[in-house]
Design a protein around this ligand. Structure first.
Ligand code: AMP
Ligand code: MG
Length: 417
């Protein structure tokens, strides 16, 4: 397990921008180095451990892109149609043949181009005359309707890069190379705790002044989407000693320890003191709304992140702090998600110098353009505001107001997880 120095998350400033926070994370976190080999069918979502250079060109051989007739390019009709005797037939999977000058070969999509032929006429564009010859129209360019070997990917090209989070299309490419297994970074092991006396686990009795713990399940689901193995460690009560002990106990078995709640500076917020008694901790005040301080620390060399308890703050800080940490720990190539421009159907005021996220639903305006409609309420505790919306509008640090009709950047939830 990678060991981090105690002060690696410390920084000087009073307030951290989102970009600064992500910058610190990505520069300090040490990626796990263990890899494992998985079958292609199990590789979706995993992080590729090594570059893959094409062991063969794609397509592997020059072939026809259509059903039709293959002819040598030298004899193509220029100004008027011309009849060609048909000598031979080659279908997908059959061995390539040769074509004589002045002749055509019947060919099908994916079949190897006959030696000597370099152009294919689509069957829809030709007719057969009464001698059984194929009549080809004038004007087709040499090389038309042919897929040359290697036009997609030449042999030796690094087609998949280490750090790629594998998607179905990446797996398709590995399969096209004939690979059966891929070396991927081993799954990260992440410990997840909730904190708070007011929390009850779903399934347990709930006292009148308790609510069911929802964040832990949200965070575990988000981590699983990132390909992590999650240890569900339940709820820690608001007491420093047992909290500290529990965190210390799991540190050596995990790549990251994650908690939610208890990171404010109230008397009943015990995470800070708890972590400090077994490791080191800094509170990151991030210039982000919703959000509150995020606790960053090290326990026994293992990174620790304490997220705020309010569900929406927990969600947003997960996206901006935990997600980049998880990606960095797994050595993933991590470009921040790019907001898509949409039209605001709301007005909004904000402070400059802080990044804000507005929960929105998308709809089509009267002119067909995509509009973002703001969720009517703003509380950071409103789970419905995450459930009933499609994503977040990102308002950068320099923006102070939004008016209906303005262009704003939208991040769909699917792109954030
Ligand atoms: P805290 O950050 O501990 O001060 O909690 C802030 C608010 O979030 C309080 O109203 C908590 O009850 C609520 N909260 C904390 N943890 C959770 C959780 N795991 N699930 C749902 N709500 C929570
Ligand atoms: Mg609490």
């Amino acid at each position: 397990m990678a060991q981090l120095s105690d002060d690696c998350f410390a920084f000087g400033g009073p307030m951290l921008s989102v970009d600064e926070a992500v910058g610190i994370i990505t520069s300090k976190v040490i990626a796990v180095s263990e890899t494992e080999r998985v079958a292609l069918a199990e590789a979706d979502g995993r992080i590729l451990a090594r570059d893959i250079a094409a062991p063969l060109p794609l397509p592997p051989f020059t072939n026809s892109a259509v059903d039709g007739y293959a002819v040598p390019g030298s004899g193509l009709p220029h100004d008027k149609e011309r009849a060609f005797p048909v000598s031979g037939r080659v279908q997908a999977g059959a061995a390539a043949q040769a074509v004589q000058a002045g002749h055509a070969v019947r060919i099908f999509t994916g079949a190897p181009m006959p030696e000597g032929a370099d152009t294919v006429f689509m069957q829809e564009d030709v007719r057969l005359d009464d001698k059984g010859h194929v009549v080809l129209p004038a004007g087709l360019k040499p090389g038309a309707n042919v897929r040359p070997a290697g036009e997609d990917i030449p042999k030796g090209h690094v087609a998949l890069k280490a750090g790629q989070r594998l998607r179905p299309q990446d797996i398709a490419l590995a399969a096209a190379f004939g690979l059966t297994e891929l070396d991927v970074v081993r799954r990260l092991r992440i410990a997840v705790f909730s904190t708070g006396d007011e929390l009850a686990s779903p399934g347990d009795p709930r006292a009148a002044a308790q609510l069911f713990d929802s964040n832990r399940f949200m965070l575990m689901a988000m981590l699983k989407r990132l390909g992590c193995e999650v240890s569900d460690l339940g709820i820690l009560r608001d007491a420093r000693e047992p909290l500290a002990k529990a965190l210390k106990q799991v540190a050596h078995r995990h790549d990251l320890i994650l908690t939610t709640g208890g990171v404010s500076t109230g008397e009943e917020d015990h995470v800070k003191a708890g972590v400090e008694s077994v490791g080191s901790l800094v509170l990151w005040r991030m210039a982000i709304k919703p959000g509150r301080p995020v606790a960053m620390g090290i326990i026994g060399g293992t990174p620790f992140i304490g997220l705020p308890g309010n569900p929406v703050a927990s969600f947003v800080t997960f996206v901006h702090v935990v997600r980049p940490t998880v990606l960095a720990l797994s050595g993933a190539i991590a470009a921040p998600p790019v907001p898509i421009p949409v039209r605001a159907a709301f007005s909004y005021r904000k402070k400059s110098g802080r990044r804000e996220y507005v929960r929105v639903t998308l709809r089509r305006g009267d002119d067909g353009a995509v509009e973002a409609v703001k969720f009517p309420r703003e509380g950071a505790g409103l789970l419905s505001s995450l459930v009933d919306t499609d994503g977040l509008v990102e308002l950068g640090e320099s923006i102070t107001k939004v008016e209906p009709g303005d262009r704003v950047g939208f991040l769909g939830y699917a792109n954030l997880l």
